[in-house]
Design a protein around this ligand. Sequence first.
Ligand code: G1P
Length: 260
Amino acid sequence: MSKVKKAIIPAAGLGTRFLPATKTVPKEMLTIVDAPIIFYVVEEAVKAGIEDIVLIAGRGKHSIEDFFDTSYELEDRLAKEGKSHLLDRLAHIRSMANIISIRQKQALGLGHAVLSGLPVVGKEPFAVLLGDEITMGFRGEPNVTAQLVSSFNETETSTIAIMEVLEKDVSKYGIADVEEVKPGFFKVNSLIEKPKPHQTKSRWALPGRYVFDSEIMNLLKNATPSLNGEIQLTDSMKVLCESRGLNAMTFKANRYDAGD
Ligand code: G1P
């Protein structure tokens, strides 16, 4: 049985990349086809066996909670109009997972957002899914989070997804210096957050999918701000490489930058 039942989805960012759309609508609620970005991210977690989703939200993010809640007026109307297909869809969304919302009271960075989930995850392992990226498992295949969860269940070591990027793009991501253990599976030796191309030889970028054991929370508690004055998750992951160890794996799935 999978040990990973909880996931943290940080959703406290200001979404400046998507202004003016995100002036009043959280970026997680921007639509792809007929559902908001957050739906696809939660769906990925649920399909990976996650039961409790911890949303780390900031101000003005109520619509995310409302999206996973009941809307009596709307559902009553749909029932009266016999629109059972839509009703079923809304019921499915509502029952996908337990959504637990925690306010991140200060925007102190991704590391701080993840640490804000500590009251819910406690000492359990957990996944982190960043909503800036949407991944779609190939038909019938496990999705990226499910692949990480399987690896964690097997190795009991924190595991992150990595993907190869072009040199010009390394400064957009956390970059991992890795050593291949077997095809598609690596040991992480070090990490650097958004380096200039000359600061790293590695082209392995972090697309925002992680499974951690609780040690990362201990490290985050003692972390200090670095790049942009923020507590960077990458810094604590770097310490994790040197202590308990960190694995990385490539994945078979389509991945999209939500901004595209
Ligand atoms: C964050 C992480 C970075 C990761 C990226 C993926 O950066 O800090 O390590 O590669 O997400 O989207 P952000 O894009 O939030 O600045």
